[in-house]
Write a protein that binds this ligand. Structure first.
Ligand SMILES: Cc1ncc(COP(=O)(O)O)c(C=O)c1O
Length: 418
């Protein structure tokens, strides 16, 4: 047990080795645009948009005002069993309009990305139960996947160690894994497992936390075709990619693929309050618009469609539209890719990967990604995130300027050279 005394002796942080961080925590006290300020007076560029969410930047008065206005009027009322409030109506109409990743979709809300997974994967199973196909219960994810850490998400996690950490195998036994890149291998797995046993395949269009892996050309369309051929629901997890990180509202638009369910969270509120949810295609929602008492999806959380969260989401969408941030992401992507190509030439860089405003720089064994990130934070005024495979992630906010993008890439390059 660590003897060091931390800054927060009573706090147990998520997925954190508490014995290691005691005495090393970083206290963030203020946010302003693309920058964060620490308790000891440093100003750090948020090179990862925190955990891929601070897309419109920190500390915005317009978003704070939208939240305060809504809280004064009605912080929220629950939307179970026939109640509504204006903001959840406005938001669901807006989301299912032209920006929707799925035509004629309905939208169901939760409180974050892990909730979105629970909503989507249970619904996929229920869908097949109602179709009279009870054996279709398995959900398959890609290697390197991350779909949150509720029971389903943990069971679909890209790492076996995470999946099986809690005893007795995965928490949800009816889960399995498909190849990340090779569509012929995915077909082989479907045939092996038996399509009659499979409810859904789930994919992050660009794998995020598992290392920033853009899809191989044709892979996502290949999943769509296999799902059509074998009567399997296709779920896209757009918790990171949704709401602009690929320069389109959704990555499904960018890659020209329409799934049956789309999970979202993060970018819809850009961190100002928690909110997530799922878009649902007509073939899945239609049976539930029925008088049949069996056709109820018995699932939901207290704060589904929380009014203040919906008000914030509407204000965030206004900012993205008004400030042309989708176009800005395309510009920043081009600049980032050019900078990555330069980084790729450095001796200790073994690989660079990037698409949209998401990138990973992989390092050889002479440089530790952990130490590089720590050094940049301490001396370079820049936050990047170390991930598995000795890589660092870059995923800056959409409001990043050209100069800030160049400085971010330069800072990584200089740290690697050091
Ligand atoms: C692709 C993806 N899905 C789901 C989640 C889970 O979201 P949350 O942490 O809000 O539950 C994450 C979180 O990083 C994610 O990256």
């Amino acid at each position: 047990m660590s003897e060091r005394k931390g800054l927060a002796p009573s706090l147990w942080a998520p997925s954190t080795q508490m014995g290691l961080v005691q005495g090393h925590q970083e206290m963030i006290v203020r946010g302003e645009g693309a920058y964060l300020h620490t308790a000891d007076g440093r100003r750090l560029f948020d090179g990862t948009a925190t955990l891929w969410f601070a897309n419109i930047g920190h500390g915005r008065a317009d978003i704070a005002e939208a939240a305060a206005r809504q809280m004064r009027e009605l912080e929220t009322y629950q939307i179970w069993g026939g109640f509504l409030h204006p903001r959840v109506v406005e938001l669901s109409e807006r989301l299912t309009g032209p920006m929707s990743p799925i035509p004629d979709a309905k939208v169901m809300f939760g409180s974050g990305g892990s909730d979105s997974g629970e909503i989507a994967f249970r619904l996929a199973r229920l869908h097949w139960q109602l179709q009279g196909r009870p054996s279709k219960v398995r959900v398959l994810s890609r290697h390197n996947a991350y779909h949150g850490l509720h029971a389903f998400g943990t069971s679909l996690h890209g790492s076996r160690a995470v999946r099986e950490a809690f005893g007795g195998g995965p928490l949800v036994a009816e889960t399995g894994y498909i190849d990340r890149d090779d569509i012929a291998a995915v077909r082989a797995t479907i045939l092996e497992e038996g399509p009659e046993n499979i409810a859904a395949l789930v994919a992050e269009p660009i794998i995020g936390s598992g290392g920033v892996h853009p899809p191989r050309p044709g892979y996502l369309a290949g999943l769509r075709a296999l799902c059509d051929e074998f009567d399997i629901l296709l779920v896209f997890d757009e918790v990171i990619t949704g709401f602009g990180r690929t320069g389109e509202w959704f990555a499904g638009h960018r890659y020209g693929v329409v799934p049956d369910l789309t999970m979202f969270a993060k970018g819809i509120t850009c961190g100002y309050v928690p909110l997530g949810g799922v878009f649902v295609a007509p073939k899945v929602w239609e049976p539930f618009w029925s008088d049949d008492p069996d056709h109820v999806y018995t699932f939901g959380v207290t704060y589904a469609g929380h009014a203040t969260a919906c008000a914030v989401a509407l204000a965030v969408l206004d900012v993205i539209e008004r400030d042309g941030l989708l176009g800005r992401v395309h510009e920043l992507e081009a600049r980032m890719l050019a900078g990555l190509a330069e980084l790729a030439r450095l001796p200790r860089v073994t690989e660079v990967r990037g698409e949209g405003l998401m990138a990973a720089v992989r390092l050889d064994e002479s440089v530790s990604a952990q130490e590089l990130a720590r050094g940049l934070r301490a001396t370079g005024g820049t936050l990047v995130r170390p991930i598995a495979d000795n890589a660092v992630v870059l995923s800056p906010p959409f409001i990043t300027t050209d100069e800030e993008m160049d400085r971010l890439l330069d800072a990584v390059g200089e740290a690697v050279a050091r």
